[in-house]
Design a protein around this ligand. Structure first.
Ligand SMILES: [Zn+2]
Length: 268
């Protein structure tokens, strides 16, 4: 269980979620109780002797959590290689290209920032077919972003979604500046930064750097938005997908988890 030990040993900074702004009603949708897995079609006792019955497979949710934990472990392992300056650049060969040309089975959906210094495949030392990636400034999700994540989770069966914020994010800085000055950026940029001002306001009075605190708050807020998406919330509640928040340090290259890893009993 090296994987398990590794994940539980990862330094976590669990920031209180209660201080973050409420999620807009439109994003919450059908988060009600999840229907249990359907009963097996034939409930009659198995006539075979006990020794002839195959071992019971783990429930679907347990299997998904194990896959999510393994996927996160692989990501963090790749990040350690990146930090150490010894990446393997896996899955970049012509053979890999041919292997995934007809289908894809990525284990991770990653929502990150467009920042040129945070390319997910490099940061996590991954390759072709490994990451199902969506990127926007500030990792801000709109309908198209959420639909893309829904597709990855529901159609491709991805068990792990990672929301990745990063140090000195320009979109976050623009949102904080708009609050400082009272001037909203023009055009679409104003609409985008307005989606970050809620988390920024929530941490305005916290000690430390306002922009840096907002990076963490915004990443956690986006995680909540993704988890409460109507297409994802039932799967998250059933343990079929785990959504985690993490942040990238531009100076060290290190990725740090901000929320509990898959299978954790900590409140998430
Ligand atoms: Zn950014």
């Amino acid at each position: 269980m090296a994987t398990r030990r590794h994940i539980l040993g990862t330094a976590l900074t669990l920031t209180g979620l209660s201080a973050l702004p409420a999620i807009p009603r439109a994003a919450t949708g059908s988060t009600g109780p999840v229907a249990p897995d359907p009963a097996p079609p034939n409930p009659r006792p198995d006539p075979r002797p006990a020794h002839a019955v195959a071992p019971r497979r783990p429930p679907l949710a347990d299997s998904a959590r194990l896959r999510a934990a393994a996927a996160l472990d692989a990501l963090l392992e790749g990040n350690r290689r990146f930090v150490a300056g010894s990446p393997r650049h896996p899955h970049e060969s012509a053979g890999r290209r041919a292997a995934v040309a007809g289908h894809q089975h990525p284990s991770v959906c990653l929502l990150g920032c467009v920042d040129s210094r945070v390319p997910p495949e490099l940061v996590f030392d991954q390759g072709l077919g490994d990451l199902f990636t969506v990127r926007t400034a500030g990792a801000v999700p709109d309908d198209a972003v959420l639909a893309s994540i829904e597709y990855g989770v529901a159609e491709l069966g991805i068990p792990l979604v990672v929301v990745l914020g990063h140090e000195r994010c320009g979109a976050v800085r623009a949102a904080v500046d708009s609050l400082r000055t009272g001037r909203r950026p023009r055009g679409h940029l104003g609409e985008l930064t307005a989606r970050i001002t809620g988390p920024a306001r929530a941490v305005r009075d916290r000690p430390g750097d306002w922009v840096d605190n907002t990076v963490t708050a915004n990443t956690l807020y986006v995680r909540r938005l993704v988890r409460s998406d109507p297409g994802i919330a039932p799967l998250a509640a059933a343990g079929r997908v785990t959504v985690v928040a993490a942040r990238f340090d531009l100076d060290t290259g290190q990725v740090r988890l901000l929320s509990p890893p898959p299978g954790s009993t900590a409140p998430g």
